[in-house]
Design a protein around this ligand. Structure first.
Ligand SMILES: [Zn+2]
Length: 306
């Protein structure tokens, strides 16, 4: 299914960065879960969030944006609003679990459940008349001037696309974390968490482990484990986007360059094709596993990066 046509200007700048909103859970008077030795969730997840931002910012084509930049409280809706304001392509909320039974353990990755998605659709549709809220990012699809059927179709398309992307990123992150951590479940889980309810921004939540479990708490408070966790989330994100980059991003342009092809027409020679594409004859031969320089009309050649 195609995404609704978007006319968003801020997102449509050619070669733009992919924006990842990084949401460190809790903050301020809300410490989140508390583990042995009073290790607090809000502190651990903020450290992981900052490391994730550092990794993204040092990768060409990506920018990390923290929803909270210090130790203060933000409402759940305030967090998704901050992501929309930043034109985020992805929202990643980072948490650590707590449970009264200290034995509970394991990391988990969450996406919005279908029940959560449909109740959220109802909420957006009900509000459309008296609210200036937009879906599809800033300046794109406004529900205000659409009739009810069209508005619900547009919203449904946007939400379906976001949920597919959420699931894809979540799966990548899950498989990266499971390389070194025990997982709560062998698959991505679903819930109606409020922070996952943006209809237009793919959103996931990572529970990095149980801070109430002495073994996991001991790991979660170390710099090295926080870095490991941030790196696994980072890898999941970049693996997803390198396969499916949003249009007009730097990553999409790089991918298009890497996948450049040329269809041979009458009169072409391999050396002319090479020089017209600014690549060496030998690299063109190699990219196409050619034993000789003989080519046929209609043959599709892969053009290597110059
Ligand atoms: Zn939490």
């Amino acid at each position: 299914m195609a995404k609704p046509v978007k006319s968003a200007l801020p997102k449509a700048v050619a070669g733009r960065d992919i924006i990842v909103a990084i949401d460190a859970g809790h903050g301020g008077e809300d410490p989140g879960a508390i583990g042995p030795g009073r290790v607090r969730e809000k502190v651990v997840v903020f450290a992981i969030a900052k490391e994730l931002k550092r990794l993204l910012d040092s990768t060409p084509g990506y920018k990390g944006r923290l929803t909270r930049t210090g130790d203060y409280y933000i409402s759940l809706r305030g967090r998704t609003k901050a992501a929309r304001k930043q034109n985020a392509d992805l929202f990643v909320s980072i948490h650590a679990d707590g449970f009264k039974d200290k034995r509970a353990k394991g990391a988990s990755v969450w996406v919005l459940s279908s029940r959560g998605a449909s109740s959220e659709m109802g909420r957006w549709l009900a509000r459309k008349e008296n609210s200036a809220d937009l879906i599809g990012g800033v300046g794109s699809v406004s529900l205000e001037d659409k009739d009810d059927v069209l508005a619900s179709v547009l919203l449904d398309m946007s939400m379906t696309a976001s949920r597919e992307d959420s699931r894809s990123v979540a799966t990548q992150i899950h498989s990266n974390i499971r390389r070194f951590a025990k997982m709560h479940k062998s698959h991505v889980e679903q819930a109606g968490f409020a922070v996952l309810k943006s209809p237009d921004i793919p959103s996931i939540l990572v529970e990095t482990g149980f801070i109430t479990n002495p073994g996991e708490a001991a790991k979660l408070k170390t710099k090295s484990y926080q870095k490991k966790m941030a790196n696994a989330v980072y890898k999941g994100i970049t693996e997803h986007f390198s396969r499916k980059p949003p249009a007009l991003t730097y990553i999409a342009q790089r991918k298009a360059e890497n996948n450049k092809t040329y269809k041979v027409v009458s009169g072409d020679t391999l050396s002319v094709i090479a020089s017209q594409n600014g690549v060496s004859l030998s690299s063109l031969r190699k990219a196409n596993n050619l034993k000789s320089d003989r080519i046929k009309v209609g043959q599709v050649l892969r053009i290597p990066k110059s």
